[in-house]
Write a protein that binds this ligand. Structure first.
Ligand code: NI
Length: 203
């Protein structure tokens, strides 16, 4: 029978090796990935000039001094968009009145062919009177989507019917008009509210 101390020592050697391996891997990952993230970060977002739900032009500069909460989707979306917009509306309602005056939730359509200004007006009213709906010419929408790195692709459902497969992220753009951070679309209202509050404390 082996003495007890062998059992105590044996697992330690391979254990410490895998720790060394894990640390080395993390160091390599940090060196390889972090500079890329740093490059990617500042290039998200930018200027836009679109059509608001009341038919007038709306550009990013109209919202300077306010924190924009931008979500991209489409009004025919069966599940994800309505759920996300309802959650954003709840997060907005949870803010203080003073905070609400400097926060603008915005819904930008990725389906401008169907989402006219009138349709956007009816749709956003279901969620919050504060929610602004933006549409535009297809090429204008495409340009904004490219700036925010939004993915969307039409999926044919029938002869004249299609759905749109799209990414689901909430973009925070600071009062200075610069992209600040991104929140996963399936976050809770509390998570969204807390991220807004944190961002308001910064800029
Ligand atoms: Ni959607």
């Amino acid at each position: 029978m082996k003495p007890n101390w062998i059992y105590r020592l044996a697992p330690k050697a391979p254990g410490s090796w895998s720790w060394a391996g894990a640390i080395a891997f993390l160091l390599v990952a940090a060196v390889a990935i972090l500079p890329r993230m740093y490059e990617v970060g500042p290039s998200i977002g930018g200027s836009f000039s679109l059509i608001g739900q009341h038919g007038h032009r709306a550009s990013d500069t109209d919202f300077r001094g306010k924190l924009m909460l931008i979500y991209f989707g489409y009004t025919f979306c069966p599940e994800v968009c309505p759920a996300t917009l309802a959650t954003i509306a709840r997060a907005y309602d949870d803010l203080s009145q003073a905070e609400q005056t400097i926060v603008v939730p915005i819904f930008v359509t990725v389906d401008p062919e169907r989402d006219t200004a009138d349709r956007m007006a009816d749709y956003v009213a279901n969620f919050s009177p504060a929610l602004i709906g933006l549409t535009g010419k297809p090429e204008e929408i495409a340009e904004v989507m490219k700036k925010y790195r939004v993915y969307a692709a039409k999926v044919k459902e029938g002869d004249d019917v299609y759905s749109v497969d799209h990414s689901s992220l909430i973009y925070l753009v600071g009062k200075d008009g610069r992209f600040a951070t991104v929140i996963a679309g399936d976050s809770s209202a509390e998570q969204i509210r807390d991220t807004i509050k944190k961002q308001l404390a910064v800029n």
